[in-house]
Design a protein around this ligand. Structure first.
Ligand SMILES: *[C@@H]1O[C@H](CO)[C@@H](O)[C@H](O)[C@H]1NC(C)=O
Ligand SMILES: *[C@@H]1O[C@H](CO)[C@@H](O)[C@H](O)[C@H]1NC(C)=O
Ligand SMILES: *[C@@H]1O[C@H](CO)[C@@H](O)[C@H](O)[C@H]1NC(C)=O
Length: 316
C-alpha cells in the first residue's frame, strides 16, 4: 500500500518537474514566417494582456504600427510601453474600445478611420469567459455581446478600410470549445436558460460560423479571414471563475504560455499563401477540424441576418 503511494507520489513529482518540456513538445505550432511589416497597420482588440499582448509584441517587432484597442486604457498603456521598450518600435498606440457597448465601438472606429487611411490586419482577440449572467449596454447577453456581436460590428465598421488596403486579413479568436456550442435562436440572449460555461461555447461557435460567412462575402476582395483556437493558455480569461483560477494556477505548468498561444494568430495573420484557406479554422498553426454545427451554412447565414438586425446595421 505504502509502496504504491510512494510510487504514485514520485510519478506525480516526475510529471510536475518535466511538465514544461512535455508541454513544449506538444505545444506544437510555431509561426515560422519571416514576413516583416514596415508600413503596415494592425488593430488588436484586448491586447493589454495574455495572447493579445504577445501577438501585439511580435507584430510590433516586425515593424507594424500596432493599435492596442482595449477597455482599460491604463492597462493598455502599460502593455504598450513595455512592448515599445522591448521592440524599439515607438509605433505602438493605445485606443479605448469597450466591446460591450456599441457606442464605444462606433467611437473607436470613427476615431481610427480619421486617423489612419489603411488597415492591413485586424485581430479580433478580446473575449470574456464564464461571466455571471449580465447584459451589455445594448441589452445583449455578455458573451454573445462581447465575443460575437461586438467584433461583428467592429469588423463591419472597419471593412471598407480593410478592402482598400488589400491584401488584408482578419483573424478571429475562437476556441476548441465551440464543439460544445449551439446557436439557440429561440433564446439568443439566454433569458430562458443560462449557463455561463455554455454561453462561452455558444459565442465561440458564433465566431467560427461568422468567419465562414464573412469569407464567403469577401471572396474576390483580397481580404481573407481565419478563425483560431489558441490552445489552452495561461490567461486572465478565467478570472470570473474562482475554481478555474485555482485549477489554472495548479496546472499552469501544463498550459501553454501566452507566447505559445499567440503562434496560431500570428500564423494566420502572416503566413504566405494562406489565402485559399480563407474562412477556415486553425489550431497549432494548422487547419483543424470544426464541429458539424460550425459547418452549417444555413445557421451561419441566419445568425448573420439576426446579428445585423440586433445591431441595426445593413451588410450589403
Ligand atoms: C469574427 O467574429 C465576429 C464575431 O463573431 C464576426 O462578426 C466577424 O465577422 C468575424 N470576422 C472574421 C474575419 O471571422
Ligand atoms: C457551404 O458553403 C461553402 C462555401 O462557403 C460551400 O463550399 C459548401 O458547399 C456549402 N455547403 C453546403 C451544404 O451548401
Ligand atoms: C438572410 O437575409 C437575406 C436577405 O435579407 C435573405 O435572402 C435570406 O433568406 C436570409 N437567410 C436566412 C437563413 O434567414
Amino acid at each position: 500500500m505504502l509502496a504504491v503511494l510512494g510510487l504514485l507520489t514520485s510519478f506525480l513529482f516526475f510529471l510536475y518537474v518535466t511538465a514544461p518540456s512535455i508541454r513544449k513538445f506538444f505545444a506544437g505550432g510555431v509561426c515560422r514566417t519571416n514576413m516583416q511589416l514596415p508600413g503596415k497597420v494592425v488593430v488588436i482588440t484586448g491586447a493589454n494582456t495574455g495572447i493579445g499582448k504577445e501577438t501585439a509584441r511580435e507584430l510590433a517587432r516586425r515593424g507594424a504600427r500596432v493599435y492596442i484597442a482595449c477597455r482599460d486604457v491604463l492597462k493598455g498603456e502599460s502593455a504598450a510601453s513595455e512592448i515599445r521598450a522591448d521592440t524599439k518600435n515607438s509605433q505602438v498606440l493605445v485606443r479605448k474600445l469597450d466591446l460591450s457597448d456599441t457606442k464605444s465601438i462606433r467611437a473607436f472606429a470613427e476615431g481610427f478611420l480619421t486617423e489612419e487611411k489603411q488597415l492591413h490586419i485586424l485581430i479580433n482577440n478580446a473575449g470574456v469567459m464564464l461571466c455571471p449572467y449580465s447584459k451589455t449596454a445594448d441589452g445583449f447577453e455578455t458573451h454573445l455581446g462581447v465575443n460575437h456581436l461586438g467584433h461583428f460590428l467592429l469588423t463591419h465598421l472597419l471593412l471598407e478600410q480593410l478592402k482598400a488596403s488589400a491584401p488584408a486579413r482578419v483573424v478571429n479568436l475562437s476556441s476548441v470549445v465551440h464543439h460544445a456550442g449551439k446557436i439557440r435562436f429561440h433564446d439568443l440572449q439566454g433569458e430562458k436558460h443560462y449557463n455561463r460555461g455554455f454561453a462561452y461555447c455558444h459565442s465561440k461557435l458564433a465566431n467560427v460560423l461568422f468567419t465562414r460567412e464573412l469569407a464567403k462575402r469577401l471572396q474576390g476582395t483580397g481580404v481573407t479571414t481565419y478563425a483560431v483556437h489558441p490552445g489552452i493558455v495561461q490567461s486572465e480569461l478565467v478570472r470570473h471563475s474562482f475554481l478555474l483560477c485555482l485549477l489554472w494556477r495548479l496546472f499552469s505548468r501544463f498550459l501553454k504560455t501566452a507566447r505559445e498561444g499567440a503562434q496560431t494568430s500570428l500564423h494566420c495573420a502572416l503566413a504566405e499563401g494562406l489565402e485559399p484557406l480563407s474562412g477556415k479554422y486553425f489550431s497549432d498553426c494548422k487547419r483543424a477540424w470544426v464541429s458539424p454545427r460550425a459547418r452549417n451554412n444555413k445557421t451561419a447565414e441566419r445568425l448573420w441576418n439576426v446579428s445585423c438586425e440586433l445591431l441595426g446595421i445593413q451588410w450589403e
